[in-house]
Ligand binder design. Structure first.
Ligand code: HXC
Length: 260
């Protein structure tokens, strides 16, 4: 049996996915990406899973990047295939109709920062560091970094990080909008689970529509995005959960959403 580099544990509707390759600071080899992609597919099909947390094993690294040892001798064709495959896996995270939270426990560099950015929300340990150091290796980000970073933090900051390859600490990452919240290391998983729990109390259909509206809309003009929003907003009114939520409010009760 091949070695496991991605662990999955499901508890109370929350799947915790752990990148577990500590000897290489959880670097994303093809095997790791394949296993991560398969775990995301399994999660998509599993109705018991309502939210996902992605983290790294150990206290040092979330993911220290793509696997430099595996890339050093790649041909251009192999490098292209590697990038295409990672993009597919990250897209499957971004497009998963369930919320995904990155619990960034340490270094999130290169492909690691790119993985965190494919998630919906980033919670960081105060000991985490972020960066796109590819330029120091004679390459550029290839798992979506040039695109997702500028969308998240704006072109100027993205250019600064990508062109200088410098690392920033968690507080700085929070100040530029790369990270949602910074917590002490011992509170990292607890905070990520609290956020996941808060979200899964809501209608899973509304959550998936909201995620789709934001993710698809950001690729459109404002006018197209607003039209797209109207369609998804309208879809909410075909669900029982819309009735459940609004009726509960008017009756001063707490709604119990059905996901229907
Ligand atoms: C392979 C890695 C690795 C990586 C660390 N290791 N990062 N192996 N790929 N990305 C390995 C080291 O070689 C070392 O192995 C072990 O993990 C521990 O790392 P050290 O460097 O000894 O630790 P430390 O001195 O504490 O430094 C931590 C670090 C540093 C600052 C995170 O490891 C580092 O700079 N790593 C590379 C970060 C990086 O450049 N990432 C971007 C990769 S390119 P041994 O066997 O010596 O113990 C990328 C492109 C994506 O992500 C797009 C591709 C298409």
């Amino acid at each position: 049996m091949s070695e496991r580099f991605v662990d999955l544990a499901v508890e109370n509707g929350i799947a915790v996915v752990t990148i577990n390759r500590p000897k290489s600071l959880n670097a994303l080899s093809v095997e790791v990406l394949e296993q991560l992609g398969q775990v995301i597919k399994d999660i998509e099909k599993d109705d018991k899973v309502r939210a996902v947390i992605i983290t790294g094993s150990g206290s040092k690294a979330f993911v220290a990047g793509a696997d430099i040892a595996a890339m050093v001798n790649m041909t251009a064709k192999e490098a292209r295939d590697y990038s295409i495959f990672a993009h597919k896996v990250f897209e499957s995270i971004e497009q998963l109709p369930k919320p995904v939270i990155a619990a960034v426990n340490g270094y999130a560099l290169g492909g690691g920062n790119e993985l965190a950015m494919a998630c919906d929300i980033r919670v960081a340990s105060s000991t985490a560091n972020f960066g796109q150091p590819e330029i120091t290796l004679g390459i550029i980000p290839g798992f979506g970094g040039t695109q997702r970073l500028s969308r998240l933090v704006g072109k100027g900051k993205a250019m600064e990080l990508i062109l200088t390859g410098k690392m920033i600490d968690a507080k700085t990452a929070e100040s530029i909008g790369l990270v949602n919240v910074v917590v002490p290391p011992e509170k990292l998983m607890e905070t990520a689970k609290e956020i996941a729990q808060k979200i899964i109390n809501f209608s899973p259909l509304a959550i998936s529509f909201a995620k789709e509206a934001v993710n698809r809309g950001i690729e459109m003009t404002l006018e197209q995005g607003c039209k797209y929003e109207i369609e998804l907003w309208t879809d909410c009114f075909t669900t029982e959960d819309q009735d459940i939520g609004m009726t509960a409010f008017l009756n001063k009760q707490k709604p119990t959403f059905k996901g229907a």
